[in-house]
Unconditional design. Structure first.
Length: 310
């Protein structure tokens, strides 16, 4: 369900950005607005990003192989990182470049009403895409704040869409203010300043995305609530005297690797140990369904083993 929610949000954002991008470029050609042109490039970057997310989701579903025995689920993180790179280079740097030239050599806008109409339509479409992403995110966000959701979720698509769409709406506001001030004052420098603001905004969003997705690529543990559920499941398993140590890492957004060393009785035979391990795995999967790969190592408890996992 989480993957379907993410895909729906990505497709909705892609359709909106393609329509928005075409209208922005047409308006930029008519008005000569640098901020409108920067917003057009922004929409192209966003559209390319959504295509990258869809490609990453598709490639992540490939089966495990001898070279990649745990599968390819982390490709979703790699493609999300590429989104940050594209957003920074194609969107942010271009907007800063265009804004600088417009500030140095400003010129009045032509047919500004066209720009205003296009910006308002774009805002409505971006708002719809953002509303869709918010609705999908609310299914898994729980009581977390939006910043907490972006930083803690292990699924990269929804945070990317949320940040992109929020940044797009703010960028449209910058462009609208820039166009409005340029028309009111007859000075095109305000359009250039708005373009610079759009570039800084896109760069900021790109850096935030890069930091979060880099952490996911390196490998993040299960959420604290999931770790607690796993510990409870193991501790309640008959034959498990205690948990010596526990390690978790996400193989992908919906695939969790769980490894644990558990203390058992010194006099248990092979069949009893195997039954304890099987029971522990079953309880973990019941408590945390995303725990797809589980390795439990039985041992006799020693204080040095608890301090130094091996």
């Amino acid at each position: 369900m989480a993957g379907e929610d993410s895909t729906r949000a990505v497709v909705t954002a892609l359709a909106a950005n393609v329509a928005i991008g075409v209208s922005k470029f047409v308006a930029a050609g008519i008005t000569g607005s640098a901020s409108m042109l920067a917003e057009g490039v922004h929409s192209v970057a966003d559209s390319g990003n959504q295509v990258l997310l869809l490609i990453g989701g598709r490639r992540a579903r490939r089966p495990a192989s001898r070279l990649h025995p745990f599968g390819h689920a982390r490709e979703r993180y790699v493609y999300a990182f590429l989104v940050a790179v594209v957003l920074f280079t194609l969107g942010g740097l271009y907007a800063v470049y265009e804004g600088y030239h417009k500030v140095v050599d400003p010129h009045p806008l032509e047919s500004p009403l066209v720009a205003v109409i296009v910006l308002l339509i774009a805002a409505a479409l971006e708002g719809y895409a953002l509303r869709t992403a918010v609705g999908q995110a609310n299914r898994t966000r729980g009581g977390r704040s939006w910043l907490g959701f972006v930083r803690r979720t292990r699924s990269p698509e929804l945070p990317v869409i949320l940040l992109e769409d929020s940044g797009a709406l703010l960028g449209l506001l910058f462009a609208l203010v820039g166009v409005g001030l340029s028309v009111l004052t007859g000075n095109g420098v305000f359009d250039g300043i708005a373009t610079l603001c759009i570039g800084v905004l896109l760069g900021t969003v790109a850096v935030l995305l890069a930091v979060e997705t880099k952490s996911l690529i390196i490998g993040e543990s299960a959420l604290p609530v999931q770790v607690a559920a796993i510990e409870t499941a193991l501790a309640s398993t008959p034959g498990v005297q205690r948990i010596i140590h526990l390690r978790t890492v996400h193989l992908g957004p919906d695939e969790l690797l769980v490894t644990a060393k558990i203390a058992i009785g010194a006099d248990e035979d092979g069949a009893e140990i195997a039954a304890t391990i099987d029971a522990g795995e079953s309880r973990i999967r019941a408590a945390v369904p995303t725990a797809k790969v589980i390795y439990l190592e039985p041992d006799v408890y020693r204080s040095d083993a608890a301090r130094s996992p091996s």
